[in-house]
Design a protein around this ligand. Structure first.
Ligand code: SF4
Ligand code: SF4
Length: 456
């Protein structure tokens, strides 16, 4: 929205001028974005490929004097938590401007076969499966602790992004839209973000979505920011009819989610991903997992499979580093993966139950299914902040009062979710109904206390 006459010199006019400057900069400097992509690609390759060639870090080494630990800190202490957190302010700017993987896939597609992505790949559940598989594999191989699994996971996804690019739709990012393990998560959290591209772009003689937007957004009908990677290709600072970069209040899209293409898959993924992430922390820190593993071990012994579960496997399916004193066996492999799937299913069932109960108490003209999807997004802020603080252990722990900071952040995430529940329910019913609010508050408190136990 442009500032109306009479508002010149106000804060709004200043903000709008800044937004237009940013838009003008990125639309006129595409060469710079390309250079950034290649620089990021080479940094990524160095950080990924050098550590496996170096000896295992001695115990007294730190990120300041050891390259392996330095690279590990950049990946897990900075990159992962900050990319997720940045969605609140910058949306998916990481994807469009910085991510080497998505860029490689797009550049490769220009030279590739240009096939249409098959229907199974375009299924909304595909990125969910990709996330679940990569998250569990990452835990089994110790991706946060050892360099070789980093090559396996990040290098592997890079190669798959390249192959996807070479196979499918020229000039597009089939990988980012349908396969990237974190694309869906970034998409949901970008709905909380302050940045959006607005407008309707219909170009004469072509289907805008087919040729212009790398993530297949129909620019003549764009509503939500979930698939927008902020590549600025649809914006043109010289053309007032092009899409425009705009700012909005954080959380605004989710407060009015019914007008922004709500998705059942996204909500189910949000519930399940929270549980899966929790499982990844619980198996490492909770006696619950030890009890589960012992019960599983006894069951295998009763079946006469003691020999099998005691064996260890290759490093690319499970942790196997005798030099670091850590070797998994098949019992660990089965225990960790099933435990994480169980926590995922439990969170999915628990949050679904609360949301269903809430929809039943709401009434109104919408179908129960529509209400369920809208209300499910309430958990996005608390999930985002919990995952960031959980994964960002390397970032928070060296800070003074790091644990207190994590506690404060999670509490803020919970308050944001509570506020979101109030806004969505009030918008839907015209007033703040107590029963659904209490139901969602109990869900949020349960999530927060589950996270507190393992990360604060
Ligand atoms: S969707 Fe994934 S691969 Fe694509 S740009 Fe974003 S993070 Fe990178
Ligand atoms: S909507 Fe525009 S900025 Fe967003 S991904 Fe598509 S072309 Fe890029």
């Amino acid at each position: 929205m442009e500032i109306a006459r009479g508002y010149e010199g106000t804060k709004e006019a200043f903000t709008l001028r800044m937004v237009r400057k940013v838009e003008g900069f990125f639309t006129s400097r595409r060469d710079l974005i390309r250079t950034i992509h290649w620089v990021m690609f080479f940094i990524f390759i160095i950080l990924l490929l050098i550590p496996p060639l170096l000896p295992y870090p001695p115990e007294e080494a730190t990120a300041l004097n050891n390259f392996t630990l330095f690279a590990n800190f950049l990946f897990w202490g900075l990159w992962f938590p900050l990319v997720l957190l940045s969605t609140i302010i910058f949306g998916r700017a990481w994807c469009g401007i910085l991510c080497p993987q998505g860029a490689l896939s797009e550049y490769a597609s220009k030279k590739g076969l240009g096939k249409i992505p098959p229907r199974w790949l375009r299924w909304e559940g595909t990125p969910i499966l990709s996330f679940v598989f990569v998250t569990i594999l990452g835990q089994l191989v110790g991706v946060r602790d050892y360099p070789l699994p980093m090559v396996e996971i990040f290098g592997g996804t890079m190669v798959l992004a390249l192959i996807t690019g070479l196979l499918f739709t020229k000039g597009h990012r089939t990988w980012c839209r349908y396969l990237c393990p974190i694309g869906l998560l970034l998409g949901i959290f970008s709905r909380l973000g302050m940045v959006n591209f607005e407008g309707r772009l219909v170009r004469k003689g072509e289907k805008g979505w087919n040729t212009l937007c790398p993530t297949f957004i129909d620019l003549s009908r764009k509503q939500t920011s979930r698939h927008c990677i902020e590549c600025f290709k649809c914006a043109n600072w010289r053309n007032p009819n092009a899409m425009r970069l705009s700012l909005r209040r954080p959380g605004q899209e989710l407060e009015g989610i019914s007008g922004y293409e709500p998705s059942l898959y996204e909500v189910l993924f949000l519930f399940g991903a929270t549980g899966l992430a929790l499982g990844a922390f619980y198996w490492q820190a909770s006696p619950l997992y030890i009890q589960y593993k012992m019960a599983l071990g006894r069951a295998f012994l009763d079946l006469g499979l003691g020999g099998f579960i005691g064996k260890s496997g290759p490093w690319w399916i499970m942790v196997n580093y005798p030099e670091a004193g850590e070797v998994f066996n098949y019992l660990d492999l089965i225990g960790i993966s099933t435990f994480m799937i169980l926590t995922m299913v439990l969170a999915l069932a628990f949050l679904s139950l609360i949301t269903i109960s809430s929809t039943l108490s709401l009434g109104g003209s919408r179908s129960r299914g529509e209400l369920f999807v809208m209300l499910g997004y309430i958990y996005a802020p608390v999930a985002l902040i919990s995952i960031v603080t959980g994964l960002g252990a390397e970032l928070f722990e060296p800070l003074p009062h790091g644990r207190v900071l994590k506690g404060i952040l999670i509490s803020l995430g919970a308050l944001w979710s509570l506020h979101l529940s109030y806004r969505i329910i009030k918008r839907e019913t015209g007033r703040a109904k107590v029963t659904p609010l209490v139901l969602h508050a109990s869900g949020i408190v349960a999530l927060v206390s589950a996270w507190y136990r393992v990360i604060v």
